[in-house]
Design a binder for this molecule. Structure first.
Ligand SMILES: Cc1ncc(COP(=O)(O)O)c(C=O)c1O
Length: 376
């Protein structure tokens, strides 16, 4: 039995081959491999796509997060609040800058950062008096938006900088608006497996502020000023390659159709799986980019059994995330020991099924049948 691909970048490449070839040939012909014209063209196209005033293309989602926090001057003595149930990059960046990541639990049904727990964690940090609350990173997990109205209200009340980690959810909407302008700054990723993925590392920053965007541009090129050899601040080499911009420009014209295909697959899964497992709760008044379609099993033992049954039937699955970040060795010293029971339970029960725009209806049905059989 042919295994179903978890992700099928080859099928996508075949669909976009002529435009991809044209775009790559243009870069090979002009030879401006660093900050060539495709980078500025991509920045304008991405800003228009998500309705943000400013876009700065950078070398990865992680670097986008780092540049945003560097621009804000986040460093030693600062507390940066973020969900415990996310990819390591969200927490790694504050720690690299000398700040302390303060882990917040997530909502048990949407898996997004829990605003009530965020308020409680801010109050606890203020009461302890050791760290200055400075920023909140809301992660739009698995394709769905975080509760930005609630996060924005808390940040305004507490005087915190808001950073949207949109790495997994570029293309999603909340309240009829694309994500990209929900926070003071937004960072996304073009890692190849993301809904809009390059053929290597890449990322972008969005903001409504021209001053902040200018700072992002300076930081992405070694802190340079008006001329190349004027160094105003400590920056980094954080530029997006022109070749990756060309790949993304070839993918952008089909991105809306791909989002619609992902939505069709998610709806099919919802309809065929809701009696078997806990299917993902939809965030109200939103659309998802469906980077990941994750169901919940009863416990770790049932998940292991189901994963093995799926594997035997040629259906790949993945666990995002097998451990919440506060239980990872890298973050143990930074964590204050607070229990985060929802993140801990999700890590035991969660399982992601294949979802990508080239998954056929027959394959989607095969995933559902394999899951039903694996559950017995
Ligand atoms: C939530 C989240 N934040 C940040 C990143 C980092 O993005 P990148 O791999 O482009 O550095 C990822 C990507 O894997 C992610 O899933």
């Amino acid at each position: 039995m042919t295994p179903i691909p978890f992700l099928d970048l080859k099928a996508q490449q075949a669909r976009i081959a002529p435009e991809l070839r044209r775009r790559l040939d243009a870069v090979l012909a002009h030879g401006q491999f660093i900050l060539g014209p495709e980078v500025a063209e991509l920045e304008a196209a991405l800003a228009a796509f998500c309705g943000a005033a400013q876009c700065v293309a950078v070398s990865s989602g992680t670097d986008a997060l780092q540049i945003a926090l560097m621009a804000e001057g986040i460093g030693p003595g600062d507390a940066v609040f973020l969900p415990a149930f996310t990819y390591t990059a969200t927490a790694e960046v504050p720690l690299l800058l000398g700040a302390v990541p303060v882990f917040v639990d997530v909502d048990p049904s949407t898996f997004q950062i829990d605003p009530a727990h965020l308020s409680a964690r801010i109050a606890a940090v203020r009461a302890a008096g050791r760290l200055r609350p400075r920023a909140v990173i809301g992660v739009d997990l698995f394709g769905q938006p975080a509760d930005w109205p609630a996060l924005g209200a808390i940040a305004a009340r507490e005087g915190l900088f808001t950073l949207d980690d949109l790495a997994q959810s570029f293309g999603a909407t909340l309240g009829g608006r694309k994500l990209g302008a929900m926070a003071d700054a937004t960072a996304t990723s073009f890692f190849p497996s993301k809904p809009l993925g390059a053929y290597g590392d890449g990322g972008a920053l969005f903001t409504e502020s021209a001053e902040r965007a200018a700072l992002f541009r300076s930081l992405r090129t070694h802190g340079e000023g008006a001329t190349r050899y004027e160094v105003l601040r400590t920056g980094m080499n954080g530029r997006l390659d022109t070749l990756q911009a060309a790949v993304l420009l070839a993918k952008l014209p089909v991105f809306r159709e791909e989002l619609a295909a992902r939505e069709r697959i998610a709806t099919f899964y919802d309809q065929h799986l809701h009696n078997l497992v806990v299917t993902p709760a939809r965030v109200p008044d939103s659309t998802s980019a469906w980077a990941i379609y994750a169901v919940l099993l009863r416990d770790a033992a049932e998940r292991a059994r189901v994963q093995e049954g799926l594997r035997a039937a040629g259906v790949p699955s993945a666990i995002y995330y097998p451990r919440p970040l506060h239980h990872q060795p890298a973050y143990r010293d930074a964590h204050d020991g607070t229990a985060l029971p929802v993140s801990e339970a999700l890590s035991e029960r969660i399982l992601a099924l294949p979802i990508h725009p080239d998954l056929t209806e027959a394959d989607t049905a095969r995933v559902c049948a394999a899951l039903a059989a694996a559950l017995g």
